[in-house]
Design a protein around this ligand. Structure first.
Ligand SMILES: NC(=O)c1ccc[n+]([C@@H]2O[C@H](COP(=O)([O-])OP(=O)(O)OC[C@H]3O[C@@H](n4cnc5c(N)ncnc54)[C@H](OP(=O)(O)O)[C@@H]3O)[C@@H](O)[C@H]2O)c1
Length: 279
């Protein structure tokens, strides 16, 4: 399958590296474009993929196009990718036009609803996706919703691509803002947790490198336990919190600091921000 990326930023890089690492694609199967030449060059150098000068060239060379630009750039990028606008507000001149007939577009743009994407997407069949950056290490979590023109085969393609880099689930579109608030933005919450755990270790006398290693592995190990055993996190927690022991003392401190309320508030704030981006 020929995959095209419009935008070569952080999320595109994670997906490109993920699909290559998983063996889903070879470098020769991937083309990309970006108005910011250094981003495109960096991805080409690290992954040996082909960079083409325009978004229309990406469409022409791909079966499936992944739209990976910021929300404010998405409509212009879509119009150029689908050949509807030549020399729109892009930073370089077009020499080709695209035919988006028979092509599938996966939009990973946060907040942008299908009702906005589809009219701007020409003949593309569209699936809206919310991935996350652990796709880079094949531990991604993605949810997707097919648009009105997407076929069951398109849904299978989305499942194949996203499933090659981690968990992939189909959801109804109204849930995608909450997905954004939880798993789309979630890696950043957990990076904060890892850093804070390491700071705690340093405060209590551990060397910084060791504290960081232990913190990251503890988060990874705890997450794997939940995923692999299928047990509820509260069951796993109760198993390690012995009466009068160290763990329950730590949990009391977390609860006093409102840790649950803080994470719930983070998901709510990011979900609401995603909704705002779509209006
Ligand atoms: N990063 C995440 O963790 C994450 C997770 C889930 C979803 N997403 C979504 O993924 C999308 C990309 O995010 P990101 O973090 O990868 O952004 P990013 O690092 O800023 O990358 C976007 C790239 O697209 C370029 N671009 C802008 N307009 C373009 C156009 N018309 N045609 C081609 N390229 C264009 C940008 O260039 P300039 O910088 O010069 O504008 C930039 O290099 C966003 O919509 C975001 O909501 C991100």
């Amino acid at each position: 399958m020929k995959l095209g990326f419009i935008g070569c930023g952080k999320m595109a890089a994670a997906l490109v590296k993920g699909v290559l690492k998983s063996g889903f694609c070879e470098p020769s199967d991937i083309v990309a474009s970006d108005v910011h030449a250094p981003s495109a060059q960096a991805l080409a150098e690290s992954c040996k993929i082909k960079i083409v000068p325009t978004n229309a060239d990406v469409t022409a060379a791909s079966d499936t196009v992944i739209l990976a630009v910021k929300p404010g750039d998405a409509i212009a990028a879509l119009q150029s990718a689908s050949g509807q606008q030549v020399e729109s507000n892009m930073r370089w001149a077009y020499t080709t036009t695209a035919d988006s007939n028979t092509k599938l577009l996966l939009s990973i743009v946060a907040g942008l609803p299908l009702a906005t994407i589809e009219p701007a997407a020409g003949n593309f069949r569209v699936i809206r996706v919310m991935p996350n950056t652990p796709a880079l290490v094949l531990q991604g979590a993605s949810a997707y919703s097919p648009g009105t023109r997407a076929t069951p085969e398109d849904t299978a393609v989305a499942q194949q691509i996203l499933g090659s880099v981690g968990l992939a689930v189909q959801v109804k579109e109204p849930l995608l803002d909450a997905v954004t608030g939880l798993s789309g933005s979630g890696p950043a919450y957990i990076f904060t947790v890892i850093e804070a755990l390491a700071d705690g270790g340093v405060l209590m006398g551990l060397p910084r490198d060791l504290a960081m290693q232990l913190a990251a592995q503890t988060v990874a190990g705890a997450a794997s336990l939940v995923v692999q055993t299928g047990q509820h996190p509260s069951v796993l927690r109760d198993q390690v919190a012995s009466p009068g022991g160290t763990t329950i003392a730590g949990i009391e401190a977390l609860e006093k600091c409102g840790v649950r309320t803080a994470f719930i508030a983070a998901v709510r704030a990011a979900t609401e921000r995603s909704r705002q981006l779509g209006t």
